[in-house]
Design a protein around this ligand. Structure first.
Ligand SMILES: CC(=O)SCCNC(=O)CCNC(=O)[C@H](O)C(C)(C)COP(=O)(O)OP(=O)(O)OC[C@H]1O[C@@H](n2cnc3c(N)ncnc32)[C@H](O)[C@@H]1OP(=O)(O)O
Ligand SMILES: O=C([O-])CC(=O)C(=O)O
Length: 379
């Protein structure tokens, strides 16, 4: 019997999840039942991380406790820094962060004699998740500073997550408008059901491997430009085009070459990404703050022209790329910022998968040569 192949698992429902609901019909995204727009406008990223892990928003005591733990693990560990420093200065930051997380895992799991010990209990995995969430800003910030030949900036205890992240990257007191836009981007990027990187993390978890391995694998999946790498790729497109007036000839040539236009299209949303309006509002605030109308004009012109010709909407990476550029991040740092946010969703999924595990192992339809034998080849 002919087997039906769902290439790319398109349209296949592989499991349940209580972490988020992506609804393309209503163009909505809920984290544990809360609309993501509401969360982005009202909650610090730490509270959203707590929500994803625990299923409920934190009380003020819960939030205080999480913030205290986050501050304890904020500084870049010497051993992780040493692992990063072994890499060439022009290593891609995604490779750098992947290596750093791998090193963190090896250090944290040192002494766990066998692979069975590394799997971790629910409590251990929650503690590991918080540690990773706390450690990633320092790893990403150091990555940008190292590329630029700048000294490491130590974290500050008087700042919350988003402000401290910006402080460690730029070594300057961040502006409230910038902190707010950055916090929104972190909330919007945090979780999106069974996307490619999260599914990777779940596949790895399903073998009873450890949480760090799942996150390292997820980072590898996120790096690709069809997924998280698109936020970096969008900025390269903007740089290539240069200004709004050049959009039409650039798009003519790109479409003639059958290029994919980065930051547009989505596997699930076909009528627009639920997160784009909130991120676009954050981008607009940054455009006004930095007086960079030219960038918004370019973005509008490409969106309008591409929509007219192909009817394909922008995804979250489209407004977040230029927003990160305006904040001052180097373009290759954009996808590592996505990691720092999505690590919360990934780890929530690792814990959900572990709590109700079944080895993920689909079938394939063989279309290679019919059975044959080595002996047939002997003269
Ligand atoms: C946070 C995130 O990860 S969001 C996604 C970020 N990725 C990007 O922005 C990369 C650009 N976009 C894409 O490559 C795609 O839209 C994907 C991979 C995101 C979704 O892809 P799929 O659901 O597999 O759709 P698929 O790639 O088959 O596209 C369907 C049709 O639309 C076209 N299309 C989709 N997106 C684009 C695009 N960005 N540019 C040009 N054409 C596109 C395809 O060429 C295809 O056309 P065809 O039917 O004539 O062959
Ligand atoms: O859901 C997807 O396929 C990609 C995406 O938007 C995300 O991971 O945020």
């Amino acid at each position: 019997m002919e087997q039906e192949i769902k290439k790319g698992l398109a349209g296949v429902v592989v499991d349940t999840t209580a972490i988020s609901k992506v609804n393309p019909e209503t163009n909505s995204l809920l984290y544990r039942g809360y609309p993501v727009q509401e969360l982005a406008e009202t909650q610090p990223f730490e509270a959203v991380a707590y929500l994803l892990w625990h299923g409920e928003l934190p009380t003020s005591d819960d939030l205080e406790h999480l913030r205290r733990t986050e501050r304890e693990h904020r500084a870049l560990a010497d051993s992780v820094r040493a692992a990063i420093d072994l890499l060439p200065h022009d290593a891609h930051p995604m490779d750098e962060v992947r290596t750093a997380v791998s090193a963190l895992g090896a250090i944290d799991l040192a002494g766990s004699g066998s692979v069975l010990d590394a799997t971790g209990s629910a409590e251990e995995n929650l503690a590991r998740s918080v540690r990773l969430f706390a450690a990633l800003p320092a790893i990403v910030a150091y990555g940008q500073r190292r590329r630029r030949g700048e000294e490491l900036v130590e974290p500050r205890d008087d700042l919350d997550y988003a402000a401290n992240f910006l402080w460690m990257t730029f070594g300057e007191d961040p502006d409230e408008i910038v902190i707010d836009a950055f916090n929104r981007s972190m909330v919007l990027y945090a979780e999106h059901s069974f996307n490619a990187s999260t599914f990777t993390a779940r596949v790895i978890t399903s073998t009873l491997s450890d949480l760090y391995s799942a996150v390292v694998g997820a980072i590898g999946a996120l790096k690709g430009p069809l997924h998280g790498g698109a936020n970096e790729a969008v900025m390269h497109v903007f740089d290539e085009i240069g200004s709004a007036e050049r959009v039409v000839p650039w798009l003519d040539a790109a479409l003639a070459e059958k290029r994919k236009i980065m930051g547009f299209g989505h596997r699930v949303y076909k009528n627009g990404d639920s997160r784009v309006p909130t991120m676009r509002a954050a981008l607009d605030a940054l455009v006004a703050h930095y007086d960079r109308r030219d960038l918004a004009d370019l973005s509008d012109a490409l969106e309008r022209e591409f929509m007219e010709r192909k009817g394909i909407h922008p995804n979250l990476d489209y407004p977040s790329g230029p927003a990160y550029h305006l904040i001052g991040f180097d373009t290759p740092m954009f996808t590592p910022l996505f990691i720092a946010s999505r690590v919360t969703g990934w780890t929530a999924h690792v814990m959900e998968q572990a709590a109700s595990n079944a080895l993920i192992r689909p079938l394939s339809a063989y279309d290679g040569p019919d059975e044959r034998h080595v002996a047939d080849l002997t003269p």
